[in-house]
Design a protein around this ligand. Sequence first.
Ligand code: DX5
Ligand code: ZN
Length: 217
Amino acid sequence: MSRIVAPSMLSADFGNLNRDTKMIDASAAEWVHIDVMDGVFVPNISFGFPVIKVIKEATQKFLDVHLMIVNPEKYVTRFVEAGADLVTFHIEAVDSAMECIELIRKSGAKVGISIKPATPISAIESVLDKIDLVLIMSVEPGFGGQSFIGSSVQKAIDLKKIATNRNLELLIEMDGGISADNAGLLYDSGCDALVAGSAVFNAPDPHLEILKMINAE
Ligand code: DX5
Ligand code: ZN
């Protein structure tokens, strides 16, 4: 099973974005996680296309773009053009998941769907065979540095069971309140990729923190 770490650039130093991206590029983390917030879907605004382009130019890593925006179908193509390798939208933000899935596919990127802590897995069960990844939010989306919501673990276990029973090639990612302290449990519960913002960027040695997550028991 893969143990992917996806450091969230939301916790990077924006005055030194190029430096921080290169620091992640030189680490054992396989993905770079990019949080896009519109101030409507979530009560916070982060950044958009020009910032993603700067990150893309500074790294060879897989760009994992997490859209916390309303009407994602209007913008997914431009996120792929800006450098996204995977575009994840929220099921709570769309009327038609299929429309958004098809637009991302047509643009050539991988497709993810995210669910907020209160959204059950049943909300996305019918499209699991159409997507590459499910992003389980383990905090309310909008801000870094929040505490992990414990019930997210069961969601990963349940989703892994469904994916195995249906023989799906589905990646499971979790996002929010994750560090080396809970990474082992989460990988063992079925997660393939773990997002970590504050745990990585606030660590005295981010490279070591990423290794601790990958090797966590
Ligand atoms: C929250 C974002 C997360 C956030 C995680 O809305 O989706 O990716 O940056 O930050 P930490 O790891 O600090 O909880
Ligand atoms: Zn995120």
